[in-house]
Write a protein that binds this ligand. Structure first.
Ligand SMILES: CC(=O)N[C@H]1[C@@H](OP(=O)(O)OP(=O)(O)OC[C@H]2O[C@@H](n3ccc(=O)[nH]c3=O)[C@H](O)[C@@H]2O)O[C@H](CO)[C@@H](O)[C@@H]1O
Ligand SMILES: C=C(OP(=O)(O)O)C(=O)O
Length: 427
């Protein structure tokens, strides 16, 4: 099994390229199932989750072809052709490894009139039910049946009629699923209290490029007029705002200066203003965001929230960064009930963090010391990388497969800006 070894204490400086967004890629790829023409996605990150999703598309009968990008390039171009779906089933074996597989439910149902998808179950960060995906699909006309750990969905007469649904709480994935189903419905659908995350905007723009009719993109009410058919398109995946935010924390925690090339400041509002509140200098440039830390970090009070609030996917990285602040920070996790799995590992490196319910108090200013650590999810693993960059001595982060889900060539990007970091294989 691979580990990442970091010898900490080096100031990071330089230009660091930002990859295409994992969470956008995972909702753009299933869009290909909505048409018999090719969908070409550019700037697709090289990540385990993208490969996994490609495998799922193959199982459904779509072909995935990677076009001439050299191994040195970040990102890839992939053309997905779903001329005919040969299966309407997403099996347990794939869904259990990658929750985002649930995102084929809406498009397969819309295209084929039926779909059978394994229920994903919980994961390390929480319970993560899919009831809202199902309620939203039902509201636009799907008939659902649950049996043997699977959901079977049918469209009466082979095509969803469309309908109106108001989400009781904001859900990114459920918004994506219902939007992808509604674009091929017979009638109009109105989705209220829709998620407004930039990845939803990216999804809607790609669907519009494929011929869909969607009004209210980027707002909480989406009005979708179903089309008989969508066509192929070429679309570039948006930059990863969570990857960019993570590397911004890397600059801050090492007292360094990084130019995040390709980062989109507009998508990163809450992260950038939290960094500025912590005393980090944020400069917006054309095509990049420059992050420099020149003064001691100030403590913060932050609560996670749906976009445009502070992203839950940035909580663990900020927690690592705030162990360096002068004073006590208060972080509250409101989205997932079990997203503090990094706390005991950070504590093993010397951090002083106390969790009570959904709130964590981080008393900054303690010295971090390298240690062997491991995490149970992607962003928790990144928080340990950040702590390792700032710690004295050597940190070894196990379970690298979590990081490979969401950070394209992490060790390469970090060593290019001065980190002493390598991947080692224990065989
Ligand atoms: C692949 C992807 O894009 N993943 C992101 C997506 O996850 P995901 O789409 O799973 O997250 P949701 O926005 O759906 O979850 C938000 C909250 O709603 C709850 N919920 C969700 C659906 C449902 O049917 N019932 C229900 O109760 C969840 O348990 C959670 O408490 O958005 C999250 C919140 O920004 C991010 O952390 C994830 O990185
Ligand atoms: C929670 C995340 O992803 P997923 O929904 O794919 O588990 C994440 O990207 O931080």
């Amino acid at each position: 099994m691979d580990r990442i070894l970091i010898r900490g204490g080096r100031r990071l400086e330089g230009r660091l390229p930002i990859s295409g967004a994992k969470n956008a890629a995972l909702t753009l790829m299933p869009c290909a199932l909505l048409t018999d023409e090719p969908l070409t996605l550019r700037n697709l990150p090289r990540l385990a989750d993208v490969d996994g999703f490609g495998h799922l598309l193959n199982q459904l009968g779509a072909s995935t072809q990677i076009e001439g990008t050299s191994p040195q390039d970040f990102g890839r171009v992939m053309t997905i052709r779903a001329g005919k779906l040969t299966s309407t089933e997403a099996p347990y074996d794939i869904v259990r490894k990658m929750r985002a597989s649930i995102l084929v439910l809406g498009p397969v149902l819309a295209r084929s009139g039926e779909a059978r998808v394994s229920l994903p179950g919980g994961c390390a960060i929480g319970n993560r039910p899919i009831d809202l995906h199902l309620k939203a699909l039902e509201a636009i006309g799907a008939e659902l049946e649950m049996a043997a750990g699977y959901v079977r969905a049918k469209a009466p007469g082979g095509r969803l009629p469309g309908g109106r649904y108001r989400f009781p709480v904001v859900s990114v994935g459920a918004t994506e699923n219902v939007v992808m189903a509604a674009v091929l419905a017979r009638g109009t659908s109105v989705i209220e209290n829709a998620a407004r995350e930039p990845e939803i905007v990216d999804l809607c723009r790609c669907l519009v490029a494929m011929g869909a009719s969607i009004d209210g993109i980027g707002t909480e009410t989406l009005t979708i007029e179903g089309r008989d058919k969508l066509h192929g398109a070429t679309y570039a995946v948006m930059p990863d705002r969570i990857e960019a935010g993570s590397y911004a924390c890397a600059a801050a925690i090492t007292g360094g200066r990084l130019e995040l090339v390709g980062a989109c400041a507009e998508d990163m509002g809450a992260t950038l203003s939290a960094l500025a509140d912590a005393g980090v200098l944020v400069e917006l440039r054309k095509g990049s965001v420059c992050i420099s830390a020149s003064e001691p970090l100030r403590p913060l009070t932050l609560s996670t929230a749906p976009f445009p609030g502070f992203a839950t996917d940035m909580q663990a990285q900020f927690m690592a960064m705030l162990t360096m602040a002068e004073g006590a920070s208060v972080l509250t996790e409101t989205i997932f009930e079990n997203r503090y799995m990094h706390v005991p590992e950070l504590a093993r490196m010397g951090a002083d963090i106390q969790v009570t319910g959904r709130t964590a108090i981080v008393r900054g200013g303690t010295k971090l010391v390298g240690a062997p650590v491991m995490a149970t999810d992607l962003r928790a693993s990144m928080s340990l990388i950040l702590a390792g960059l700032a710690a004295e001595g050597e940190t070894s982060v196990a379970r690298v497969y979590h990081l490979d889900r969401g950070y394209e060539r992490l060790e390469e990007k970090l060593s290019a800006v001065g980190a002493d970091i390598e991947r080692v294989s224990d065989g």
